[in-house]
Write a protein that binds this ligand. Structure first.
Ligand code: FES
Length: 113
């Protein structure tokens, strides 16, 4: 049973704005935004609740293989373009669904705009 549970979880290392690093396991099938909020990371405002319209769920993601992440759609791309802090690995966490190829992720919450 233990092995089965590991296979449906993505392990996440999350760096908060303070620099504090927290580790948690998130169930697959949900978005990274929901996983981070469920983990109690108050830094992530996610004001629009996942509607891809606020960009307050901006994070930087290091995945073992970037191709494992869901691709960026144009609305997400446009919103990220409005951010002062966009980097090559910027994503809106509400648009990243944790899938079975994502065994582990390193995530850092972007600065507040
Ligand atoms: S929660 Fe608003 S864009 Fe992601």
């Amino acid at each position: 049973l233990f092995v089965v549970e590991i296979n449906i979880m993505t392990s996440i290392e999350l760096t908060l704005r303070s620099g504090q690093v927290v580790h948690f396991a998130a169930q697959r099938g949900q978005t990274l935004m929901h996983a981070i909020r469920d983990a109690g990371a108050g830094d992530l405002m996610a004001l629009c609740g996942g509607g891809c319209s606020c960009a307050t769920c901006h994070v930087y993601i290091d995945a073992p293989a970037a191709g494992d992440l869901p691709s960026i759609e144009s609305q997400e791309n446009d919103l990220l373009d409005c951010s002062t802090y966009r980097e090559a690995n910027s994503r809106l966490s509400c648009q990243v669904t944790l899938n079975e190829s994502l065994q582990s992720l390193r995530v850092r919450i972007a600065p507040e705009e």
